[in-house]
Design a protein around this ligand. Structure first.
Ligand SMILES: *[C@@H]1O[C@H](CO)[C@@H](O)[C@H](O)[C@H]1NC(C)=O
Ligand SMILES: *[C@@H]1O[C@H](CO)[C@@H](O)[C@H](O)[C@H]1NC(C)=O
Ligand SMILES: *[C@@H]1O[C@H](CO)[C@@H](O)[C@H](O)[C@H]1NC(C)=O
Ligand SMILES: *[C@@H]1O[C@H](CO)[C@@H](O)[C@H](O)[C@H]1NC(C)=O
Ligand SMILES: *[C@@H]1O[C@H](CO)[C@@H](O)[C@H](O)[C@H]1NC(C)=O
Ligand SMILES: [Zn+2]
Length: 657
């Protein structure tokens, strides 16, 4: 049951082999000292584990109390708990570093544990600098979360990002309105964040250097192995032919909506017509691009409402999907304490998230769920995190995490992929259109296009965004020349352009949440690739035959067993081993995602050819490989709150959005 002591036992066995007999010890002082130091390290790790559970638990509960009930008092308690946790992390890191000289001689598990405890980012810097960092991060967050955009002709009419501006970007087909919201948000939020961001880069880099990295980008990449950049571009090149077909198809459809003046039929697409503030997820433009609009809708939102679905029913169904595969059902504590709907009478942070309270009992999700298909899939996504938490709860605290930054986000996505198939929706009585198990029908093309928008459509976006930050952290790009580089990457990698002229007075990065809270982004890119590898392998376990995209592994305990084997490893082993446990492969590969979308690729090629479309866009600037270097909580108020964010990030990831 208690595998921490199991690990310790294993270590003792290893040690027993290494430690010489007592006679030898007396003549070999070096070995003696080393053995004692290993004992010290093991003792420290045991202490750390039990104290860390308490400290992080307290911090998570305080953070939960605030996020589900925003009051000054709860805010104060949360900051208090976060500061305690920060102090604990720092003192533990100092202690862990005392073993730096001998760590190489320790067993690998011990090395990994000590390594993860000693990496504490900017907290490694002196108090004044940490204080300044916290204030900067708090300030950027405040600007981002609370600056409204007001109408020029009516200054009293102001909109915030959520829901106001976001709704415009998602649903408006009025070009001027889309430009107003897009530019207005960047003027109001991006520009004021620029000087703060420049200073953040300096301090964050100092923190990375203090932890033994070249810069923060290097630190972020380290979790993925040595050649992440090469791998990222290899994957990019693999999906590029499909992306370009999708790009050309979407461009023609949006040309139909906005006209040639705004969306020409060749070249780059403007970035403000793609369904959200950043052009990140194209999901919202589905109604404009659906290939066969007359077929029964594979977005079953209306059907859910017609059948009187409730949030509770949706959540129970999502849970049942996991347990049908022999995975853990959510426990009683989960059902008693989760926040599934927006409560009356208090302010809450609605952003969907899944929480681990580090006590091996409490796992919860927090969502303001409404009855529609999007939320139905989000429930499966969040329960994916919960499933991961439950599977690795026996690991020491330091190993309770995803195998790398992408794994955690991939799990729920894989489940959602299975749930969204017409086959599965038919099985649960939500869809009654055609579903042929072997043939690729028009319904399949609708389905695949819908799946491609938030996956294929977002991959180049993720890479361009992170490449920009890697360049800024490494010093290749100066923040004051950041706009030019930003659009160069967007032009080249994504095939989009700014809808209005931009200059170095603008600052696009300051208007992106993940950037101003210093949240690594490449994980979103990698997760989109590996989720298809996971899917393919779960489908093989479920003995699926026929086209890959039709696979639903509901009720397959064989698939569940494979998945659990990987989940229960947490971050205790290097990620290729975790991937191997599930897929038998040790590498990130684009094969699965390409196989999945092959029928769509064929359809797009045919359709684009019939339309006479010119695929791709002119890229007058650098090629992708050359361009690589060597190298929410919307209610958050003030600067000191940054600490809280830091620890909220440990327990609740920024889910998918
Ligand atoms: C970690 O500490 C907790 C709390 O003291 C303890 O119960 C648990 O057995 C330890 N080990 C693991 C693997 O959680
Ligand atoms: C919200 O927090 C306040 C403390 O600031 C507390 O008095 C109140 O009971 C909480 N409300 C709920 C519903 O938990
Ligand atoms: C930094 O702050 C911590 C906690 O407030 C304190 O314990 C520590 O002594 C300070 N260190 C320095 C060098 O001032
Ligand atoms: C949904 O609820 C309405 C009103 O209570 C009821 O008339 C209707 O029959 C229900 N529909 C289904 C499919 O249960
Ligand atoms: C946080 O902001 C409030 C008002 O917005 C202010 O009274 C308080 O002093 C601030 N706290 C800190 C630690 O800066
Ligand atoms: Zn997530």
């Amino acid at each position: 049951m208690d595998s921490w002591s199991h690990i310790l036992r294993l270590l003792v066995i290893v040690v027993a082999v290494v430690i010489p007999s007592s006679e030898q010890i007396s003549v070999d002082g070096g070995r003696d000292r080393r053995a004692t130091q290993l004992d010290d390290a093991l003792e420290f790790l045991t202490d750390y584990n039990s104290t860390a559970e308490m400290v992080y638990s307290a911090s998570s509960f305080a953070s939960w109390a605030y996020s589900t009930n925003i009051t000054d008092y709860n805010q104060m308690k949360e900051v208090e708990a976060s500061l305690k946790a920060a102090a604990f992390s720092k003192s533990s890191a100092m202690r862990a570093r005392e073993f730096d000289d001998v760590i190489e001689t320790f067993p690998e598990d011990v090395q990994r544990l000590l390594g993860s405890i000693s990496d504490i980012g900017v907290s490694a810097l002196d108090n004044d600098t940490v204080q300044e960092y916290n204030e900067i991060m708090g300030e950027m967050n405040k600007i981002y979360s609370s600056t409204p955009v007001c109408r020029a002709d009516d200054p009293s009419e102001c909109l915030n990002l959520e829901p106001g501006l976001g709704n415009i970007m998602a649903t408006s087909t009025d070009w001027d309105e889309l430009v107003w919201a897009w530019k207005g948000f960047r003027d109001a939020v991006g520009i004021p964040n620029k000087p703060l961001f420049a200073r953040y880069v300096e301090i964050a880099n100092q923190g990375a250097v203090a932890n033994g990295y070249e810069d923060l980008g290097d630190s972020w990449r380290s979790g993925y192995g040595d050649d992440l950049e090469d791998q990222a571009y290899e994957l990019y090149n693999a999906i590029l032919p499909l992306y370009k077909q999708l790009h050309a198809y979407v461009r023609r459809k949006l040309n139909g909506v906005h006209g040639s003046e705004h969306v020409p039929l060749t070249g780059h697409m403007p970035a403000n017509v793609l369904g959200d503030m950043w052009g990140r997820f194209w999901t919202n433009i589905y109604p404009h691009v659906v290939p066969y609009p007359d077929l029964p809708n594979i977005d079953v939102s209306d059907e859910m409402v017609r059948q009187n679905y409730t949030v509770c029913k949706m959540a129970r169904m999502a849970d049942e999907f996991y347990s049908s595969m022999g995975l853990f059902p959510a426990n009683d504590e989960f059902w008693e304490n989760s926040m599934l709907e927006r409560p009356d009478g208090r302010d809450v942070v609605c952003h969907a998230s899944a929480w681990d309270f580090y006590n091996r009992v409490d796992f919860r999700i927090k969502m303001c769920t409404e009855v529609n298909m999007d939320y139905f899939l989000t429930l499966h996504h969040e329960l994916g995190h919960i499933q991961y938490y439950m599977n690795y709860k026996h690991q020491p605290v330091s190993f309770r995490g995803g195998a790398n930054g992408a794994f955690h986000e991939a799990i729920g996505e894989v489940m959602s992929q299975s749930v969204a198939t017409p086959k599965h929706l038919k099985e649960v009585g939500l869809f009654d259109g055609e579903d042929d198990p072997t043939d690729v029908t028009d319904t399949d093309i609708n389905f695949l296009l819908k799946m491609a928008l938030p996956t294929i459509g977002t991959l180049p976006f993720s890479l361009a965004l992170e490449q920009w930050r890697w360049d800024v952290f490494s010093g290749k790009t100066d923040v004051n020349a950041g706009t030019a580089r930003w659009w160069q990457l967007k032009n080249d990698l994504i095939g989009v352009k700014a809808p209005v002229d931009r200059t170095e007075d603008d600052f696009e990065a300051g208007a992106m949440y993940h950037i101003i809270i210093s949240y690594p982004f490449i994980g979103y890119y990698i997760r989109t690739i590996i989720q298809f590898q996971f899917y393919q392998s779960l489908c093989q376990s479920a003995s699926h035959t026929g086209p890959l995209h039709k696979c639903d592994f509901y009720r397959s305990t064989e698939a569940g067993e494979k998945l659990a084997a990987m989940l229960s490893m947490g971050s205790s082993r290097p990620w290729p081993e975790a991937m191997e446990a599930l897929t038998g492969q040790r590498e990130m590969k684009a094969d699965a995602i390409l196989e999945y979308f092959q029928p769509l690729m064929e359809w797009l090629e045919k359709t684009n050819t019939e339309n006479g479309d010119v695929i791709g866009w002119e890229s007058p600037t650098v090629t992708t490989q050359e361009s690589t270097t060597a190298g929410g909580p919307s209610a958050l108020g003030n600067a000191s709150l940054w600490m809280m964010c830091l620890f909220a990030v440990i327990s609740s990831i920024i889910h998918g959005y």
